[in-house]
Design a protein around this ligand. Structure first.
Ligand code: HEC
Length: 422
């Protein structure tokens, strides 16, 4: 059963004697009442949403975000009301919500977040460049020569950071954090856009929904220019709803609801200024195993118990030999930590959530660009191979972090076992 019927027995009514069919009919009936009016039972089947309590424009506890609004529309289509379990959409999200059984659906899941089963996308957006419209600029892309003279802000570890690096613009760049502790005093992701409005940066390169929301809520005239995907750097992404793996029934129902309520959903997104892009020319619709994810930086995940168990099973026996430098190879705990890092720092954006490739090569087959041993891969991640086209931004990772990530990559190796040299 995918929708929770908990609470149906409230209001002192006893349905125990009613057979299942009649109960269902009663549920559908009660769902027809507007819950906020408190009419009759004020109880209907619930769609249990794993909500972010404090992360506008997506969601908050006051239900002011566009994901809250979309959840309301989708739940209504299912004849249910949204009931929220609040957990920040940051570290530990899936483990503490869906895996813990407190809720059934996460809204705003980028494809690639493979701890969950995701629905067909309900929108697709892109990274954008934003600037004040009263500055006399007219930029169409990051290639505008004027950018060399301007201050540019970007969230650290997001794909466009690489786009800026490729254009040699990093000297002009100030980085901002996507992570924040709602109880702490660290800057919100929104700070980048606030600085743009204040003139601290001239151009902000940000995820579309965040920039679009700033444009609709700020007094300053903000121009928003969607960025196009670049070879090896996906900049537009499908966004779906995520449910527990195996919960195909709920997935199907959500997809039907998405199809039926698409116009309303799009209207909500437009109201919040979310720049919508079509999949044409982008990375396109993809299966759960291949699609890169954009917002891992916004929603990094530790592995679920199931994922850790799977990693353990898949871990090859450590092979002896002089090239075996990684202290963590074959260590399931370390591979699990490595997997978390792999998502946190954005490797999956190019190599896919399962490592099978996407915008860049597979890291789990036995075809290797520069070699497969620990030394080569370590230097590649550290950005020390002169011919590499893979970004060199990961030089900032600690050695130990690199080894953990590589331990994860080793644990998902799917090539010829005879070619293992690590
Ligand atoms: C912007 C895209 C991009 C990102 C992000 C990225 N890589 Fe790569 N990676 C590449 C490309 C392109 C190659 C192919 C080798 C080359 O030409 O540099 C590659 C190659 C590799 C390889 C060797 C695969 C082979 O077949 O040769 C490994 C391992 C690897 N990357 C790991 C990582 C890890 C770990 C991260 C995150 C810390 C990461 N990559 C992030 C683009 C990326």
């Amino acid at each position: 059963m995918t929708l929770s019927f908990r609470g149906v027995f409230a209001a002192g009514r006893v349905f125990a004697a009613i057979d299942a069919c009649a109960l269902l009919a009663a549920l559908v009936l009660s769902a027809a009442y507007e819950p906020s009016t408190g009419a009759v039972f004020a109880q209907s089947p619930s769609l249990r949403v794993c909500g972010d309590p404090d992360n506008l424009p997506y969601s908050n506890e006051q239900l002011e975000g566009f994901e809250n609004r979309i959840a309301g529309v989708v739940a209504a289509e299912l004849g249910a009301s949204p009931v929220y379990a609040w957990w920040p959409h940051q570290r530990g999200l899936v483990r503490n919500t869906i895996d813990a059984g407190t809720c059934d659906v996460i809204f705003g899941v980028p494809e690639g977040l493979d701890f969950v089963l995701w629905t067909e996308p309900y929108y697709r957006s892109s990274y954008v460049m934003a600037y004040r419209g009263d500055r006399g600029y007219d930029f169409r892309s990051l290639d505008a020569p004027e950018l060399r003279e301007l201050r540019i802000g970007v969230h650290v570890n997001t794909p466009p950071e690489e786009s800026l690096a490729r254009r040699g613009l990093l000297d002009n760049v100030s980085t901002y954090s996507l992570f924040f502790d709602p109880r702490g005093d660290r800057d919100r992701p929104r700070k980048l856009l606030d600085d743009l409005v204040a003139g601290t940066v001239d151009v902000a390169v940000a995820w579309g929904p965040l920039a679009g929301y700033a444009a609709t809520t700020s007094d300053a005239p903000l121009e928003i220019v969607p960025l196009e995907d670049e070879p090896g750097v996906p900049l537009s992404f499908d966004i779906s709803m995520g449910v527990a793996k195996g919960n195909d029934e709920l997935k199907d129902r959500l997809e039907t609801a998405i199809d039926r309520r698409r116009t309303e959903i799009l209207a909500i997104l437009e109201e919040y200024g979310v720049p919508l892009v079509s999949a044409a020319g982008g990375s396109g619709a993809a299966s759960q195993d291949e699609e890169p994810a954009p917002e891992e930086a916004a929603q990094p995940e530790p592995p679920s118990a199931a994922a850790a168990a799977a990693a353990e099973e898949a871990a090859p026996a450590p092979a002896p030999g002089p090239r075996k430098l990684n202290p963590f190879t074959g260590n399931a705990d370390m591979a699990a930590e490595g997997r978390t890092l792999y998502f946190q720092v954005g490797c999956q954006g190019c190599h896919g959530g399962g490592g099978g490739g996407g915008m860049a090569t597979s890291v789990i087959d036995d075809a290797w660009t520069f070699g497969s041993d620990d030394d080569v891969l370590f230097r590649l991640v550290k950005g020390e191979i002169p011919e590499q086209t893979m970004p060199t931004v990961y030089s900032v990772l600690e050695d130990e972090e690199v080894w953990k990530i590589l331990a994860f990559i080793r644990s998902v190796y799917a090539g010829d076992p005879g070619r293992i040299d690590w």
